[in-house]
Each structure stands twice: as C-alpha cells, then as structure tokens.
Design a protein around this ligand. Structure first.
Ligand code: C6P
Length: 400
C-alpha cells in the first residue's frame, strides 16, 4: 500500500519510529487530501449556495459534485439522500431527534445492541425520555456476537426502529446487518446502521443492504475531521421534521410561518464545512483507486497475524472473539491495567487506544475497566505488527 502518501507516518516519537495502530479512533490523511484542503483555502474559499460570484458558484459546484461522489461510493439511489453532517455522532442525533419527533409515540420501542458506541445509545435515550418510549437492548454472547434469533424475538408491533453498529469499535465484531435489516423490514421496522467503523474497511452498498439510514464519519476514512454523512431513504427523510433551523434549510420564512427546503438541504442548516467535504471526496477517490477489496484483504492479513502473535503471549486475553470480525482487536494481559500497558507502548513509539472506547456497557458485560485496542488501516505493515508485539512483550516484563 502507498505508505509514502502519508507523510505524518514518517516521523519518530521518543526517538522511535511511529507505529500508528489507533485507526479506529481516526485514520491518518494522505497528502492528496491535505493538499485538497489547502487548495480550497488558498484558491477556492467561498460560501456556497449563496453567491452569484465566481468563487461561490465554483465552490457550490464542487460541493455538489462531492455529494455525488459519496452517492456513488455507497450506491445511494439519489444525491438528495446524502446529507453532510459533522460526523457519525451528528448523523445519529439527527435521525433520533427528527425521526423521534415525527414518528415515535408513547409506548413505542427502539432496539439497539449491547455493543453500541455511546453515540448510538445516548441519542436514543433522549428520544425515549422525551416521548415516553422504551429502549430495548439486544445482548451479545461471550464471543461478542449477537443472535439474529434473539433479535427476532424482541420485535413487537410497538417497535419503530432498530439502531445497530455495522462493526463494533471495541470488539471488532462484524454484525449480520443484512439479516437484521431483512427481518426488521418484514415487521415494518426501520433500521439505522452505524457505519463509523465499516466504510473504510469494506464495500458498503446501501441499496443492496436496503438499510433506511447509514451513518459515517470522514475522519475514520482518510478524510478531514469535521465532516460526516447521513444516508437516508428519500421517502423517509421527506416525512421527517427538520433537525436544526437556520439558513439553507428553508424555502420561505415569515414571522407567522416557515416552509422548508427540499432534500438534502432541509437537513443542512447553516454554512457547511466545504473544504472538509472536498477533502472527503478526495479521500473517497484515493480509496477507490486502491480498491476497497484490496484494503480489506490487507487489513485481514494484519488482523490474523496480530491475533496469532498476541495469542502466543502468556496471559493475553482477547476481548471479542466473534467469528466474523474486522481489524479492531481489544485485549488485556493478566491483571495489568490497560492504561499502564498503553503508556509503555507509547514510550516505544506504538500508538494504541486504551480505556472503554465509548462503549462502557461492553466493559460492564466483561467486568473489566477497559482494554488495550489496536486497529488497522491500509498503510500498516506486518513489520509494524512485529514491533508492536515486541513492545507488548517488553511492557509485560516491566509491569509483571
Ligand atoms: N469511535 C473510537 O476510538 P464520531 O466521533 O462522531 O466521528 O464517531 C462516533 C462513533 C460512532 N460509532 C462508532 C462505532 C464509533 O467507533 C465512533 C467513534 C472512536 O472507537 C472514538 S470514541
């Protein structure tokens, strides 16, 4: 893979070569994405959809072109189904708030899973509190897998929506989302997929999945921070109440009454982060040139190698042993605190994440304070994994 495209990786920390294995938190950005951002601010910066002048019309055209790139990337039916947000968190909040206001009544039920990121728990708690609805939680087993059979049993005629992660950010589990979607639809229940950990690692086709909403963040897919996407089916978005009020989302405003703009603008109040959206488009182009299948294959090899090497270390416990899994590996060693291990890895140049990873219920399930987590991206190498494994062994020795 084109490691030299990521200048940031070519540096030393504490005198050691940087080994960046915290990609589930955020990926590094290829130079072409950074160049796109700087070109935007050097040559193109202007507010969009508002001005008649040259810069504004060309920035508007590029912004709308980026929307079409995202549409093609996830195979949405129309570009009006692509709403730019600040990230997965905002995309989920948008749906929970707007869908909640429009469709959720007292006594209705919302299903989430036990392995959700806090971003896919708390917004639904808000809705349930506001509307007197009930939040139901689909549990996972000791391997970190959910059961489609158990899920089916939870559906009732009160269930309105299911919100579930495509890939778990703390267990690495790839959930059987196609089955969940098909079963939910048979019961007339809508499905939101949290795709934060999926879009950069496997092909996502929203028409094939037939999900009703799909949410993701640019910064986890080689794009700048500050931009994300909500995909929603047109007919559902059209019925939903707007999320935020302000410029762009209106058709006509009087003090008596306001009418709303058409999709997707109805959900894009205020000035968007135009440069970041163009960066996202460039990141998509970059990934497509390498090929999602090639990226997935490469990361799978890294994952298999890491799991095998970690298992050779005495006392290592892998948290999350799902048979369908992605390149996110959580682990513990004996009773060493994950934070202590993380600090010693850092001193050896290895960047990992420690803690609960914004999935406290997952930690509660296993009765642990947190984990050490490594997560891969296209630019990681087997040599880096070897450095990481040696660093783990050294840290273990120091802490035992
Ligand atoms: N997970 C991690 O280190 P934002 O912050 O909006 O870009 O993404 C939120 C989010 C939602 N769902 C899942 C499955 C996620 O993994 C994340 C972000 C980071 O695991 C930061 S906590």
């Amino acid at each position: 893979m084109n490691r030299e495209d990521f200048s940031i990786l070519d540096q030393k920390v504490y005198g050691k070569a940087l080994v960046y294995l915290d990609n589930a938190a955020t990926t590094q950005k290829p130079n072409v994405v950074i160049d796109t951002l700087s070109k935007y601010y050097l040559e193109q910066n202007s507010n969009i959809h508002r001005g008649v002048h040259y810069l504004s019309s060309s920035a508007t055209a590029e912004f709308e072109n980026a929307r079409r790139s995202v549409q093609t990337f996830i195979n949405a039916t129309s570009d009006c189904e692509i709403i730019f947000t600040r990230g997965t968190t905002e995309s989920i909040n948008l749906v929970s708030s707007s869908f909640g206001k429009t469709f959720i009544k007292e006594g209705d039920e919302i299903i989430i899973s036990e392995m959700e990121h806090h971003s896919n728990i708390v917004p639904w708690q808000f809705v349930c509190n506001e509307r007197d609805a009930n939040l139901k939680v689909l549990k996972f087993n000791e391997k970190g897998e959910i059961s489609v059979k158990e899920f089916t049993k939870m559906l009732t005629n009160k269930t309105k929506i299911v919100a579930i992660t495509h890939i778990s950010n703390s267990l690495g589990t790839i959930n059987p989302i196609k089955d969940i979607i098909d079963i939910a639809h048979k019961h007339n229940v809508l499905v939101l997929i949290d795709g934060a950990q999926a879009v950069a690692h496997c092909k996502v086709d929203v028409q094939e999945l037939d999900c009703d909403f799909y949410c993701f963040s640019g910064h986890k897919m080689y794009a700048p921070m500050g931009v994300g996407v909500l995909y929603g089916k047109k007919n559902i978005l059209e019925e939903m109440h707007p999320y935020q009020g302000g410029g762009e989302m209106i058709k006509e405003v009087t003090f008596e009454k306001t009418t709303y703009n058409e999709l997707p603008f109805k959900f894009e109040a205020g000035t968007p982060s135009v440069g970041d959206v163009l960066g996202l488009q460039r990141a998509i182009e970059y990934m497509r040139n390498i090929g999602l299948d090639n990226i997935a294959q490469h990361e799978h090899k890294l994952m298999e190698f890491t799991l095998a090497e970690l298992r050779k270390i005495e006392g290592v416990r892998i948290i999350g042993e799902a048979s369908q899994r992605a390149g996110v590996i959580s682990f513990l060693i004996g009773d060493i605190h994950p934070y202590d291990l993380g600090v010693l890895l850092d001193r050896q140049g290895v960047a990992v994440r420690t803690g609960h990873h914004c999935t406290q219920p997952v930690m509660e399930h296993f009765g642990i304070p947190g984990t050490v987590r490594v997560s891969f991206a296209m630019y990681n190498t087997i040599d880096e994994i070897k450095i990481f494994i040696n660093a783990v062994k050294k840290a273990k020795e120091m802490l035992s």
